[in-house]
Design a binder for this molecule. Structure first.
Ligand SMILES: [Zn+2]
Length: 82
């Protein structure tokens, strides 16, 4: 995964929550359109967000869930390298 990917994934929550600037969001979106590893991770995050919204009625994932999600995502990348 490239540095650019890490930057994008770091900001995916801001992107999802519409907390980043339009310019930044556009940059993230165009990267996701072109980069399948990022798009897949982003897809997982979207699912989690939807799950959180269904279960708790919350718009944003709690920090603990974000941490678990990050751990899950790093497991996936470890499996790919193996
Ligand atoms: Zn990427």
């Amino acid at each position: 995964m490239s540095d650019e990917c890490e930057d994008v994934l770091d900001e995916v929550y801001l992107y999802l929550d519409l907390e980043c600037s339009d310019e930044r969001r556009q940059l993230i979106k165009s990267h996701l359109d072109e980069c399948s590893p990022c798009l897949r991770e982003f897809g997982i995050e979207q699912e989690v967000k939807a799950l959180v919204a269904r279960c708790c009625g919350a718009e944003k994932a709690p920090d603990e869930l974000k941490a678990r999600l990050r751990a899950k995502l790093s497991e996936i990348s470890v499996e790919e390298r193996a």
